[in-house]
Design a protein around this ligand. Sequence first.
Ligand code: F6R
Length: 599
Amino acid sequence: MCGIIGYIGEENAKSILINGLKKLEYRGYDSAGISVVNNKSLITLRKKGRISELEKCEDINDLEGNRGIAHTRWATHGAPNELNAHPHVDCSGKISVVHNGIIENHSALKKVLEQEGHKIKSDTDSEIIVHLIEKFYSGSLEDAMAKTVKCLTGAFGIAAIHSDEDNIVIAKKGSPLVIGISNKGMFVASDVAAILDYTKKVIYLNDNELAVIMKDHYVVSDINGEQVDKIVDEITWSVQEIEKGGFDHFMLKEIYDQPKALENCLRGRVKDGKIKLSIDFPPNDIERIVIVACGTSWHAALVGKYLLENITNIPVEVDYASEFRYRNPLVNERDVVIVISQSGETADSLAAIKEAKKKGAKTIGIVNVVGSTITREVDSGIYIHAGPEIGVASTKAFTCQIVALALLGLYLKQERGLSVDQKIIEALYELPEKSKKILESSKEIEMIAKEFVNSKNFLFLGRGINFPTALEGALKLKEISYIHAEGYPAAEMKHGPIALIDEEMPVFFVATDSENFKKIVGNMEEVKTRGGKIITLTDQKDDTVESLSEHVIYVPKTIEILSPILNTIPTQLFAYHVSNLMGLDVDKPRNLAKSVTVE
Ligand code: F6R
């Protein structure tokens, strides 16, 4: 959510900043801006729309200098227009600020600042930051930033420059910021993707830390000015991984990444029939598992409930992270709270896990992005190793999250002294090959998608562990094609949604092998009788299914508890093709951003 990049060094800052912004565009894309300092004078350019609009400006050629900051915005306060775009500049024209997060007390601060004579031009919560820095500035940007952040309530990742100084000053609370180190200069970014072209050496800032970055060194301190020693981490992702690699869209590439991603997620995690995870508390103490997450990760959590209860016999509850944190949840030290998050930065998920920790629960993170804030908050973690996910719609992270949940279930069982079903392990290791097979049906799914590009509504139905698959299929379709889609448990249809069925309502059934298979065929009959068009995803050769369905998509068989992993892939392809055939921006659907760091 919003992307920040800053550079100070020997090189031309503009090209580095624009390149970084392009890598960050998936975090927000309603407006963008850049400030560069040249000979002690600050030049700022802002534009509504994508980075390409900023690049088209004639004035961009005036941006010469070796120090600057830039921003791509996902609007929270104030419409997406040029006025509200970052960077924001103070009244003196010397200070420039970019901000990611939300300043909750901005109205009160604005009132005071205006009374003191500051001219606040935008409708954003962020602009007050630059005016506060201006107010406190008396020769040191660092001191002014320290005073400013003490006035702020809310979440922030801030980068600021002053035309008279030779540094970038940053501060963090609740929104991610990293410093990148290279022999050609220093970087700051909200996301390592922005700086991967230049360096793999990074320092993750913690909450309430502030840093002064100069062209060849940096100093990090806490909110009270005490210097903090930081560890330099090495990023393992490669530049190629954040490129499209010949695919038209990141989403398609990431769907096709799945065989490799699943393989990487499993790599080294089973040795001689034993599950190897680093969960550092005694599994025998666990009385209940609670899983918290948002969006697609929440759907993985729902699959996790079926999966973990089936494997471990431990009761599992699933909660939206945003609901969990605000309702005084009843958890204690005998509970394990698992948080699932691709980005590891989702504000609600982070707050939920903090709440669980406060109440004494043990915490586990299932996360993709190494070094992200959630990974540093939890007691133990399982990285899913899916590789960078740039497409706003989550794909490979979802399937890998379910693999991680299966491994965790097997591990808990094993550590409780119970024997682990080797058949599940075998089935897990067959998934990469089977997922490859599914990708071969992409063309066929595209042909099916063609028929549905004019649909206004869609229903996705599944039962048991594939009810969440239906929810995820519906979410994928609605978020990138803007076709209204609902996921429902197939058996619930007759308690309401069946009223919607007519010739205009296509229904996507997830109907792979289970003891409910015959029942779901019964649900298809109910839809067909009412004129609904049916697409069925199945691993069964069944005459009735074929006769009831307009289209049948076949997937390889796996054991039922792992079936959502394979079943989800055709639903991802279906959503992708519908959106692409409609000519929409698949990777950057309207109103969305990849990582939601505001509450
Ligand atoms: C949907 C999607 C979102 C995310 C949600 C949580 O395709 O990507 O629903 O799943 O915003 O994000 P993470 O997993 O990063 O916590």
